[in-house]
Design a protein around this ligand. Structure first.
Ligand code: PLP
Length: 428
């Protein structure tokens, strides 16, 4: 009894075909023993620090459920950590922990009766289906290469003045961004905050990559709009622990106790609590601010170096790209080659990424997977195809002042980028 016609259309299964197609092509290539340059799928290449994995082993007999909100000691250490490292002013009562920040994003959306979800394009893949699954209208504002793919205060103001839907407006703002690697500076955040205050926009500030912002001091929306910013973060990116599934949200008091309780209620009816041993190990990860800083400095140095390398090579090959400011993604724009691409039957980002995989084994995800129009010749490039455990083999040599040791290798990335540039240079 096939249930095809009963499947919830909010899941937009078709949208995931871009990722699946690239995965299939890349598997087929790997079976033929041909090299695949894995720039499609993005996860941290760095290992979880040994001290943290040891804590997980020690906690393996912790089999009890915790409160839905999470262990008090974990929420305490999350607050201390972010208050120290990011100048937040958080209180453990306002933190909710979960098995990954992704499910919490859904819990927030599901806590609203009716809302409008607003997304800058490009944005991460899951916000739109989550918003729709929660029964909301989802709308997009397209950003531009020249604005570094960032939402401007002016765009937000125009959107808010012309909007005629009478439900709360929830803007999801992710910085540093997956897929673009760009983050907002203080001036931009200040201007955006002014508009947000004026129109009472509720913001989900997805700061899952914030600790991987390359510059030492960086602003966040909480500096200018703490009362309206729900902050989303977790262990997945900065601690290399995506599969551990540990995330949290900070819900500002100003949104009211009822709202927080509604989110806790969705959490309680869905995931109950984050896995207890992971919460214990995470408490340790968030307690060691000193070693975390060193670990973060090393990661940022490596990521920045690779981003600079890739950006330079792509720009030299006339592929417009902004260097990343944090995290591990770039969002190249190939439109300078649009005529040459047309001639060989490539009319969309998806055509382009499929062809690149078939011809040279370079895996990229098309911009359309992130809300860009189908015809947009953009793609996400995740520069994580290297061995992150080298971070330990050169332990004493990498710090924020010294250069990367000459032994640090990202040869596979270099090779893939060279192949990509060569492929474009051969286009007529
Ligand atoms: N937000 C963004 C922008 C992401 O890239 C990811 C993971 O890929 C998440 C949220 C979800 O992270 P997690 O559920 O692992 O905390």
């Amino acid at each position: 009894m096939p249930l095809q016609k009963h499947i919830n259309s909010s899941l937009r299964i078709g949208k995931h075909s871009e990722t699946l197609l690239i995965n299939q092509l890349s598997l087929a290539r790997a079976e033929e023993k041909k090299t695949v340059y894995k720039f499609g799928f993005g996860q941290s290449p760095f290992p979880v620090p040994k001290k943290v994995t040891e804590q997980l082993q020690l906690a393996s007999d912790r089999k009890e459920y915790t409160s839905v909100q999470g262990l008090t000691e974990l929420r305490n250490s999350i607050c201390k950590f972010h208050n120290q490292l990011e100048n937040k002013d958080w209180n453990p009562e306002e933190i909710i922990v979960a098995g990954g920040s992704k499910i919490l994003l859904f819990c927030i959306m599901a806590a609203f009766k009716k809302a409008e979800i607003l997304l800058p394009a490009p944005s991460w893949v899951s916000y739109e289906p989550q918003g729709k699954l929660a029964g909301h209208e989802v709308n997009w504002i397209e950003t531009k290469f020249d604005d570094k793919w960032q939402l401007t205060a002016e765009q937000l103001e125009i959107y808010c003045t012309t909007r005629n839907i009478n439900v709360p407006l929830i803007l999801v703002l992710n910085y540093p961004s997956n897929p673009t690697g760009q983050t907002y500076n203080a001036k931009q955040l200040k201007e955006l905050a002014k508009v947000m205050k004026k129109y009472k926009v509720i913001v989900i500030a997805d700061e899952i990559y914030s600790l991987l912002t390359y510059s030492e001091h960086y602003p966040t929306l909480s500096d200018f709009y703490p009362e309206g910013s729900i902050v989303s973060s977790g262990l997945s990116k900065w601690c290399g622990a995506g599969g551990w599934r540990l995330g949290f949200h900070y819900i500002p008091k100003e949104l009211g106790e009822d709202f927080k309780q509604a989110v806790i209620s969705v959490a309680s009816e869905t995931y109950s609590c984050a896995p207890t041993p992971i919460q214990v190990a995470a408490t340790h990860a968030y307690s060691e601010t000193g070693s975390a800083r060193i670990f973060l400095d090393k990661q940022k140095k490596i990521l920045n170096e690779i981003s600079q390398y890739v950006t330079k090579e792509l720009n030299l090959a006339n592929i417009s790209t902004h260097a990343a400011q944090g995290g591990f993604y770039l969002f190249p724009d190939f439109s300078q080659y649009s005529h040459a691409l047309e001639k060989i039957g490539i009319h969309s980002g998806e055509d382009l990424t499929s062809r690149l995989m078939e011809n040279i084994g370079v895996a990229l995800l098309p911009g359309s997977a992130f809300g860009m129009p189908t015809e947009s010749l953009t793609a996400r490039l995740a520069f994580v195809d290297f061995d992150g455990s080298q971070i330990y083999s050169n332990n004493s040599k990498i710090d924020k002042t010294s250069n990367l040791p000459s032994t640090f290798e990202f040869e596979k990335i270099k090779e893939g980028i060279q192949k990509l540039c060569l492929w474009f240079s051969k286009l007529k």
